[in-house]
Design a protein around this ligand. Structure first.
Ligand SMILES: [Fe+2]
Length: 292
């Protein structure tokens, strides 16, 4: 899966390699499973042009991902290797933080191989192959984003020594999963959690409910997030180059010490120092809370 797990005890599950990878076993997918991919793909291919950042669409094209059916990771990895030196490997489920970060640091993206059922097209709690591959892999063909993902993995291995994984995870959440980016006067999508979700790829740009705030590394690492609903805050980066530079230029050890002494920031808060692109009404979140 794409997100680090809070656990870490024990070894890989039976049948997995020491690095927790398993064979994708592409030939075992049924026609019905490929059809679920195609249905999800078709919906997002209609939704995303003009909404998603240009390198995402370029990545889909370069990696041959418009070909029908669930991608074969070997074929996908060959194309990705040629683009940026990354590859995609299958895992059986959530992997420990150290394993997840270790793969990223080696330019390997770990992906679930199962696909959701036809009844789960709109919502799925656990990331499946559509989220992991359609959502994450196209951006790995972009050289700067590819470097950012590797830097994140290297940073994760270091963060484990400081007990600050949860703060670093927020950086992943608000960039890799739910990031927005400026594109001239417009905002565009790039986060995998958004672009793999039909509902959120509309909500994140069009809804007047969420806040859209300028990205600030320290601020983001103090900000809580929700895992079971659309985001209440989206953070907007200026460019992938800027995101990579902020990550590489930051000395995380003193930052973790500094942040440990500061309170967390609530998921819908706007602070005086924030660059506000949109001040949200939070009507979506309030409506949810009023449900019986
Ligand atoms: Fe993900």
């Amino acid at each position: 899966m794409a997100e680090p797990d809070a656990g870490g005890a024990g070894g890989p599950p039976p049948g997995a390699a020491r690095d927790w990878t398993i064979a994708q076993n592409w030939r075992a997918y049924s026609a019905a499973e490929h059809a679920v991919w195609d249905q999800l793909y078709a919906a997002q291919a209609r939704m995303l042009p003009n909404r998603v950042v240009a390198p995402f669409m370029a990545g889909l094209e370069r990696l041959g991902m418009s070909k029908p059916g669930i991608p074969d990771f070997e074929e996908l990895s060959q194309r990705l290797q040629a683009a940026t030196g990354w590859s995609v490997v299958a895992v059986a489920g959530l992997v420990p933080d150290e394993v997840f970060f270790g793969h990223l640091a080696q330019r390997r993206f770990v992906a679930g191989r199962f696909i959701r059922s036809p009844e789960q097209l709109e919502y799925l709690q656990e990331p499946d192959v559509f989220h992991d591959v359609f959502g994450h892999v196209p951006m790995l063909a972009h050289p700067v984003f590819a470097d950012y993902m590797q830097a994140y993995g290297q940073g994760g291995l270091r963060a484990m020594r400081f007990g600050s994984i949860h703060r670093l995870s927020r950086l992943y959440w608000y960039t890799v999963e739910f990031g927005l980016i400026r594109d001239g006067a417009d905002l565009k999508l790039y986060g995998a959690g958004i672009v793999s979700s039909r509902g959120e790829s509309s909500f994140a740009l069009d809804s007047d409910s969420p806040n859209r705030l300028g990205f600030d590394l320290r601020r983001v690492m103090r900000t809580k997030y929700c895992i079971d609903d659309y985001q209440r805050n989206y953070f907007v980066i200026d460019s992938f180059e800027d995101l990579l530079r902020q990550t590489l230029d930051t000395d995380f050890a003193p930052l973790y010490a500094e942040l440990a002494a500061l309170p967390d920031i609530e998921i819908d808060a706007i602070l005086p120092a924030d660059r506000v692109f949109t001040r949200g009404t939070q009507t979506h979140a309030k409506r949810d809370h009023e449900r019986p």
